[in-house]
Design a binder for this molecule. Structure first.
Ligand SMILES: [Zn+2]
Length: 71
């Protein structure tokens, strides 16, 4: 499913491997903690976010030991 037609590489969810859309809620996990954001709200995440990026929905579904959102 790799589509590398873009000049800038959009961030991908580390759980499902799909591109995270500009307006999709995302979860950024890095050493400072867990942040809920979106690329629209935080354009810096598009170009070189530190840590890991996930779709918010994927993150909530993941059996994380550091779950942000209770299900
Ligand atoms: Zn995902």
């Amino acid at each position: 499913m790799q589509r590398d037609h873009f000049t800038t590489t959009p961030p991908r969810c580390e759980l499902c491997g799909e591109v995270i859309g500009v307006y999709e809620p995302l979860i950024n996990v890095h050493t400072d903690g867990v942040h809920k954001s979106s690329r629209a709200a935080d354009p810096g995440l598009s170009v070189g976010a530190s840590g890991s990026l996930y779709h918010a929905a994927c993150y909530e579904r993941a059996p994380g030991d550091d779950a942000l959102v209770d299900s």
